[in-house]
Design a protein. Structure first.
Length: 471
């Protein structure tokens, strides 16, 4: 199969990808940045420069700072491939891409994965009903189309993004019936030792301002311990329990969120070593101080390396670019790869990571919202319930890869992105072991859906034919 060679390929056009690609290109590397969206920005700066929102105050100053990041990238000389899916990456640093229905292979000397984060699965009874959405989905609609759900909404869950979205909905003229806060009671008091670092970080003032803005206009129901979306053909009511009292309210739109986790699918498919993080309750890649992974030539930057936010992601993108420059010996001594630059970026990263431990710990979702009851679906693609997962464990299934043969969990279009952590933790609980011992899905290409016709139409050279034809 024919390949196009690039010095550096950056996958993802969010804060980390923009920073990495711009630095590599400024140093003279042939740099290509690939992203599935129509333009650069990622989820954080989605539709930046194209937002239909008339008031810049709706999304806030942090969002609009993305304009400078995109401009810096565009002036760097890096190339961009938007609306392009990366469906394969191997240890030889060959990537499979899909653009406008055409699949092709490209070759890199260095790869920087800046694939960002995914929302943590939030499997409650009824979460598949029409009318139930994720916070990330609603924010995408708001940023790209200026649209909001029609009528009042209920927000449920925990984490900083839920408060940010609530503020953005209110600023855009939307109505919030109430917020159901699932943050475990007493979490703040149990984590007081981490509070000083949080107060001294940039996150503290921003978080406090958002909470004040939302609390002044929205009823907050704290200590929610159970949550259920109810309806026949679509969402009709939301039922919850808090402080021992069960309540139910009619509503057409429920927005769920309980944090974000690294998007690890492409890195895992490439063979990058990962480990379980007991604080962020997810798998994250094993990296050195520059973001280099266990696979030579592959670095990971941004929230894909561990959740830390946009400003930390940008610093990680810069460090990954320095790693790429130093790995390519002819560019190892470029000013963009200097020790001074590395020191500056590490200091920036440390400043924005300060206090992150406090957020990670107080917003750890309750086990009941991560490992659901037997009749709740965990794998939406294959319609597999938590009870079926537990039944498989009783039959001797020890991990998610073996479970594929039992239930096809993780083999649907999402390739485990919506169920992976839930299945791992459900198996771990049933076996009485840690999620790290259970492990994650074994991921293989294509890691994103791709038409078979696109694969069949890929150009093939003599070497590829010899690799599969015997005799």
């Amino acid at each position: 199969m024919s390949s196009t060679l690039h010095d550096v390929v950056v996958v993802g056009a969010g804060p980390a990808g923009l920073a990495a690609a711009a630095r590599c290109a400024r140093a003279g590397l042939n740099t290509l940045m690939i992203d599935e969206n129509a333009g650069p920005g990622g989820q954080v700066y989605r539709a930046i420069g194209r937002s239909p929102l008339e008031s810049p105050g709706v999304l806030g100053t942090d969002y609009w700072s993305g304009e400078a990041r995109v401009a810096e990238f565009e002036q760097s000389g890096a190339k961009s491939a938007s609306a392009t899916t990366v469906w394969s990456l191997d240890r030889t640093l060959e990537l499979g891409t899909l653009h406008q229905g055409q699949a092709r292979m490209i070759q890199a000397r260095q790869v920087i994965l800046a694939t960002g984060a995914l929302e943590r699965p939030f499997p409650i009874p009824g979460w598949t009903l029409p009318g139930v959405m994720t916070a990330g989905g609603v924010q995408t609609l708001l940023k790209s189309s200026g649209a909001l759900p029609d009528g009042p909404v209920i927000l449920a869950g925990c984490g900083p993004l839920l408060w940010l979205l609530a503020a953005q909905i209110l600023r855009a003229g939307g109505a919030i019936e109430c917020m159901l806060d699932t943050t475990p009671r007493g979490a703040i008091w149990r984590e007081l030792r981490h509070l000083p670092a949080f107060i001294g970080s940039p996150l503290f003032a921003k978080g406090l301002s958002l909470m004040r803005e939302v609390r002044s206009r929205v009823p907050i129901i704290k200590g929610v311990t159970t949550l259920e979306a109810r309806g026949t053909d679509r969402l009709e009511t939301v039922r919850w329990q808090a402080s021992g009292e069960t309540m139910e309210r009619r509503i057409e739109h429920l927005i769920l969120h309980q944090g974000v986790v690294p998007n690890v699918n492409l890195a895992m498919a490439a063979g990058v070593e990962h480990q379980w993080d007991d604080t962020q309750l997810c798998f994250r890649p094993v990296l050195d101080a520059f973001g280099r992974s266990s696979v030579p030539g592959i670095s990971v930057a941004g929230d894909g390396a561990g959740i830390a936010g946009a400003w930390a992601a940008e610093a990680r993108g810069g460090l990954a670019a320095i790693a790429a420059l130093r790995n390519l010996t002819e560019h190892a001594h470029h000013p963009e790869a200097s020790d001074a630059e590395a020191t500056r970026l590490r200091a920036t990263l440390a400043r924005h990571q300060a206090g992150r431990s406090f957020i990670d710990r107080i917003y750890q979702p309750n086990l009941a919202f991560r490992v659901p009851s037997d009749d709740t679906l965990v794998c939406r693609c294959e319609e597999v319930s938590a009870g079926q997962v537990r039944d498989s464990v009783r039959l001797g299934c020890e991990g998610p890869n073996q479970m594929k043969a039992f239930l096809r969990c993780g083999m649907g279009p999402c390739q485990g992105r919506l169920c992976g952590l839930t299945v791992t933790e459900t198996i771990a609980q049933a076996r009485g072991v840690s999620p790290g011992e259970v492990g994650y899905y074994r991921l293989r290409p294509p890691v994103k859906p791709i038409p078979l016709s696109a694969l069949a139409e890929m150009p093939v050279d003599d070497e590829a034919v010899r690799a599969v034809v015997r005799g």
